[in-house]
Write a new protein. Structure first.
Length: 246
């Protein structure tokens, strides 16, 4: 498995898409960091973080899908798919290796985003350590859930359509739908919406759903089940023999 992962890292080493996606994820953070420079007024920590979080929650799920797409699409665009699946490894190991590399790259992105955000907020806003802790929990919790949900989803889409543009369009449509449903009272049944609202819970219970105990239990249960289904479906779908292999 480590050999396969190392091979995937080598393939991605000179990929410009990874850098571009990192910059895309940083856009809402950088834009909101510049607000105090453009609008001179006193900001609290949450005054800056809340709009940053809202914008980040729009961009980051798309970044996860696009990064996953780029890792798998390399095999289709370079015409190396057949060579890749004849390495002599089981196909489930091939997809798990790519998903693992994608997850590590996304975690690296999150770390960069978190450092830039935290340092910027710390310089601009003199909040308490507890406030920064709540912001950190919010950011990390949301980012991890989005990775676990959208990573297998991106793998399924690219391996079904084998077209990066189609996958990107579907990702954008999902982003728009998610934005529309963010405030829906039934949002705890939708994992990506639940992840957004759960990320706000460390800031204030008023941002979460009514009846927090019930919705937290139901939301986490549905989210875990959906993650398991997506992960299993990604491996199963990729492991099937397809026309491109005939």
């Amino acid at each position: 498995m480590l050999t396969l992962m190392n091979s995937e890292f080598i393939k991605m080493k000179h990929s410009l898409s990874t850098v571009l996606l990192l910059l895309l994820a940083l856009i809402p953070i950088v834009i909101n960091m510049s607000r105090p420079l453009m609008v001179k007024q006193n900001y609290s920590l949450f005054d800056l973080y809340f709009p940053m979080y809202n914008q980040y929650s729009l961009f980051f799920p798309l970044v996860v899908i696009l990064l996953t797409t780029s890792i798998f699409y390399l095999e289709y665009s370079n015409g190396t798919y057949v060579d890749w699946i004849t390495y002599g490894y089981a196909k489930w190991k091939l997809i798990v290796a790519k998903l693992s590399v994608a997850a590590l790259l996304l975690l690296g992105m999150c770390l960069v985003n978190y450092i830039v955000m935290t340092v910027g907020l710390f310089v601009i806003i003199h909040g308490t350590y507890f406030e920064f802790f709540r912001v950190s929990v919010s950011f990390v919790l949301y980012s991890l859930l989005v990775i676990l949900i959208n990573l297998p989803l991106g793998a399924i889409l690219i391996n079904v359509f084998r077209n990066a543009i189609v996958t990107a369009v579907i990702g954008i449509v999902c982003m728009v739908i998610n934005a529309i449903l963010m405030a829906a009272p039934f949002g705890y049944y939708i994992p990506t919406v639940f992840a957004y609202r759960l990320g706000l819970l460390p800031l204030s219970k008023s941002y979460f759903f009514a009846n927090p105990n019930l919705t937290l239990t139901v939301g986490m249960s549905v989210t875990v089940i959906v993650m398991a289904i997506l992960g299993s479906a990604a491996v199963w779908q990729f492991s099937r023999r397809r026309k491109i292999e005939n």
